[in-house]
Design a protein around this ligand. Structure first.
Ligand code: FES
Length: 360
């Protein structure tokens, strides 16, 4: 599942002044591998000026749309997003990894649920997929979307959301919050902050009646919303979070823990990695680079994208031994308790460690 496949770009749509969506043609023999769940993402790879550049982008289409499409917002100075927005053309091909990610709850057509989604900017991308799929598959369920942007003009997928609103008038509640465009309701002006969330959850959204909440945007915004939801009685396991557009350390810039590693300089650990039916074994220092880096230096070809603890493309399960993560912006506590780790962020604590990239 973690292999790249070469797919042809079938369509490119200019969504806003600084964002495109890209659809891929999936040949029949890859249909199964590229079947996706709402809220998942694709990792794209391209050699740009001699560098192996990988980025993960969320799928913006619904599961039933027969269209696998990601949205790419231009990031100033961003190698891949600049290429995708300015140079990529229909008919070009890109290397694409099959869909990954756990930003969803399983669908239940018999459910009469109420879901909340909170997105800022391009954080709408996986949320759009989740809303479209859920409203189509669960005729008894409804969604409230709180969506923050600067103004109407730069709002990604506004038309698509309006189409969904027209189609599911009674089941989709859209709340736009603009920081640089005045609206009649004062509560909807400004940023999605603590005060706004609490006012909304006090008066407009019955948090205790929610089945799940999906938050996607920068770390500070999603953190604020999560705390406000929990303070209004929502259990943490029902709050799902995906980070987007966050200022995070880039690969290689991670911080070592202030108190040092738990076993600095105590010789080598023996590592075994299981991926795509292959087992690769090697030794690495306890306080050396991540297991992902060490494994790939040994030719293990382990999957990765951001190398910053955000995307979870490098997700693995600890099946033997103990590891410690430098940073984690992707996994929830219950996933860590189940033994999941971000291999780009972990180094060995015990003398023997086995990571499985298949067992999750
Ligand atoms: Fe993105 Fe490890 S490669 S979290």
């Amino acid at each position: 599942m973690s292999r790249f496949h070469r797919l042809t770009v079938e369509d490119i749509r200019k969504e806003t002044r600084d964002a495109v969506s890209i659809a891929f043609r999936v040949p029949p023999e890859l249909r199964e591998a590229f079947r996706f769940t709402q809220g998942q993402y694709l990792t794209l790879r391209r050699d740009i000026q001699g560098e192996d550049v990988r980025r993960s982008y969320s799928i913006c289409t619904g599961v039933q749309d027969d269209d696998i499409r990601v949205a790419v917002k231009l990031v100033p100075g961003g190698a891949f997003s600049t290429f995708a927005n300015e140079a990529l053309a229909v008919g070009d091909s890109l290397e694409v990894m099959p869909p990954q990610g756990k930003f969803f709850v399983p669908l239940d057509p018999s459910r009469h649920g109420h879901f909340l989604a909170v997105a800022a900017g391009s954080g709408i991308t996986p949320i759009l997929s989740i809303i479209a799929t859920t409203l189509e598959t669960e005729p008894g369920s409804r969604f409230t979307l709180l969506y923050g942007n600067r103004s109407t003009a730069g709002t990604l997928f506004r038309e698509r959301l309006q189409d969904l609103k027209d189609r599911y008038l009674e089941r989709l509640n859209l709340i736009y919050v603009f920081s640089r465009e005045a609206q009649d309701v004062d509560l909807y002006n400004g940023r999605i902050d603590d005060e706004k969330c609490r006012a909304l959850f006090d008066r407009w959204v019955d948090v205790t009646g929610l089945d799940a909440a999906f938050l996607c945007g920068p770390e500070d915004m999603t953190g604020i919303v999560r705390r406000a939801l929990q303070d209004h009685g929502m259990a943490p396991e029902h709050i799902h979070r995906e980070l987007f557009g966050t200022a995070l350390p880039t690969a290689g810039a991670r911080q070592r823990p202030a108190n040092g590693y738990r076993r600095p300089g105590e010789g080598d650990a023996h590592i075994k990695v299981i991926s795509d039916g292959r087992v690769v074994e090697f030794d690495m220092a306890h306080d050396a680079e991540s297991i992902l880096e060490a494994g790939n230096a040994q030719g293990a070809d382990l999957p990765f994208s951001c190398k910053a603890g955000v995307c979870s493309t490098c997700l693995a399960k600890v099946v033997e031994g103990e590891v410690e993560m430098y940073a984690n912006h992707a996994l929830e506590d219950y996933e860590i308790e189940a033994g999941m780790v971000l291999s780009c962020q972990c180094h060995p604590i015990s003398d023997r460690v086995t990571l499985s990239f298949e067992d999750h």
